[in-house]
Ligand binder design. Sequence first.
Ligand SMILES: *[C@@H]1O[C@H](CO)[C@@H](O)[C@H](O)[C@H]1NC(C)=O
Ligand SMILES: *[C@@H]1O[C@H](CO)[C@@H](O)[C@H](O)[C@H]1NC(C)=O
Ligand SMILES: *[C@@H]1O[C@H](CO)[C@@H](O)[C@H](O)[C@H]1NC(C)=O
Ligand SMILES: *[C@@H]1O[C@H](CO)[C@@H](O)[C@H](O)[C@H]1NC(C)=O
Ligand SMILES: *[C@@H]1O[C@H](CO)[C@@H](O)[C@H](O)[C@H]1NC(C)=O
Ligand SMILES: *[C@@H]1O[C@H](CO)[C@@H](O)[C@H](O)[C@H]1NC(C)=O
Ligand SMILES: *[C@@H]1O[C@H](CO)[C@@H](O)[C@H](O)[C@H]1NC(C)=O
Length: 460
Amino acid sequence: MMVKIVLLVLLHALCLKCDISVQVYRDWSDIVLNTTVTSFANLSEILIGKVYNLVVIENQTVPTVPRNILSGLNFQEFRMVNDKITELESGILDDARVENIFFIDNQLQVLKKGVFNNKTLEVLSFMNNRISKIEDGALEGLTVKTLVLTENHLEEITANTFDKSTITMLKLDYNRIVRIEENSFQKISRLAYINLRDNQIKEIGNIFKNIPNLAELNLTYNRITIVGTENFIGSPIVCIYLSGNQITEIKKGIFNSKQYTFIALDNNQITSIEDGAFADIKNLEHLVLSYNKLGDLNRSAIGGFTKAIGLKLDNNVIMHIAPNTFQNVKLKELDLSNNLLTVIKKGFFNNSEIISLKLGHNEIYDIDVGAFEEIKNLAYLDLGHNELSEIKKGMINIPLNNVVLENNKIRKIDKEVLKDFDLYSLLLDNNPILTKGQYESESEEDSSEEDSTEEDSAPD
Ligand SMILES: *[C@@H]1O[C@H](CO)[C@@H](O)[C@H](O)[C@H]1NC(C)=O
Ligand SMILES: *[C@@H]1O[C@H](CO)[C@@H](O)[C@H](O)[C@H]1NC(C)=O
Ligand SMILES: *[C@@H]1O[C@H](CO)[C@@H](O)[C@H](O)[C@H]1NC(C)=O
Ligand SMILES: *[C@@H]1O[C@H](CO)[C@@H](O)[C@H](O)[C@H]1NC(C)=O
Ligand SMILES: *[C@@H]1O[C@H](CO)[C@@H](O)[C@H](O)[C@H]1NC(C)=O
Ligand SMILES: *[C@@H]1O[C@H](CO)[C@@H](O)[C@H](O)[C@H]1NC(C)=O
Ligand SMILES: *[C@@H]1O[C@H](CO)[C@@H](O)[C@H](O)[C@H]1NC(C)=O
């Protein structure tokens, strides 16, 4: 009797006798089989010798994935999702030809040695498990394009974790990583992409130095306070995300690779940028400095890059822009919204090539006549949510497509202004624009002004 019970429990644990619902797809969306098997041996019987894209086992109870589960099988993708898996037996990939394997939303805690050694895969995903340990050598000999360890409980990466593996994209985002040993990433061949978003890294040190193929690094939402000039040396990074950290200062030389095309530094505490910090990055196309504490803008800090097309400086505390800051910069899009600008002076945007200029949500009450005339290609100008009370002739006299002036205190618009515009749309909502009668009684000018004073006279 006792023996019988033990045997039953054992059989159940190994899932030799249980009902597992399986979906099999051909051409990804075309479900060819939706069935219940009583054992994994059953599963093999069904699948062997057939060519399918995808096999899915979802919302089942399979605490242990047995060895040989995929034995002799040949399909592109195997997904076990939310199956309460706590253990993978070694040998699950023996004699199988599968490109992508997903063990998503399960309860794995340890990646053990012997399961993936010396295997070749395209994608191997352990997204949303409870992995807190990767045994030394567990990934030795593994060749995989994308290894996903997103949403696990990893606290530490050591030099042995990925030793002798070949990984192109490594996703370690949403873990609890505090410590990364030196030489953790340098030993991974072909490593081109590392995502460490939402971890608890404080110091960068030598972690990301000399990774010969590293092109993209995502360190968003960590606890980095200082970025030094040596941190990324020897790594040909093209795209870096340092958003959501506690960086206060940008020194010249941090971004020492000329290859950078994209740098995100938004949501930090940056108050100062050393002169020329971005000047040598000849290929820089996008620089994001939104949500920092920058107060002044000048050409030495912000100008200087020649190829940049997008610069985001919104949500800072910018009050002053030095003349010619954007001179000869090929900037196409400039976002200065949510700052503390009060007066737009002639010369701020002198000799720039801006197409889209966002100045909304500042405290702008005055604009120098001719302030925008140097921006020859300006097509979109947002001045919404400011303190403008009057639009005078010459303030905005350039061929624009779209102008936003909503939520200001505009009472008067000079009729000549509208003649100057070459507009597709003009937004004037929420302004106390005077009605014809009010305007006439306030205005000493002749009645031909009428047309241009009414909101609905704006061309659409
Ligand atoms: C598979 O079949 C079961 C019933 O046998 C059904 O409830 C379920 O919706 C089916 N799944 C798919 C993906 O077709
Ligand atoms: C599963 O295995 C049982 C017992 O070996 C067998 O009777 C049954 O036909 C098999 N089912 C399928 C779908 O292969
Ligand atoms: C598994 O459960 C999720 C959440 O309840 C549901 O959205 C999904 O359709 C289920 N999948 C299958 C194959 O039953
Ligand atoms: C992987 O392959 C290497 C070299 O062929 C061999 O030395 C090593 O023992 C293998 N590892 C495992 C776990 O099979
Ligand atoms: C890196 O993080 C940012 C969020 O800050 C996200 O928008 C971006 O898609 C991430 N990059 C990659 C390639 O995951
Ligand atoms: C330029 O502005 C940056 C950032 O606000 C500041 O750190 C730097 O000292 C300024 N340089 C000059 C020459 O004014
Ligand atoms: C704008 O640049 C022109 C040269 O292109 C120069 O003559 C003019 O003085 C500059 N304006 C200001 C305000 O710096």
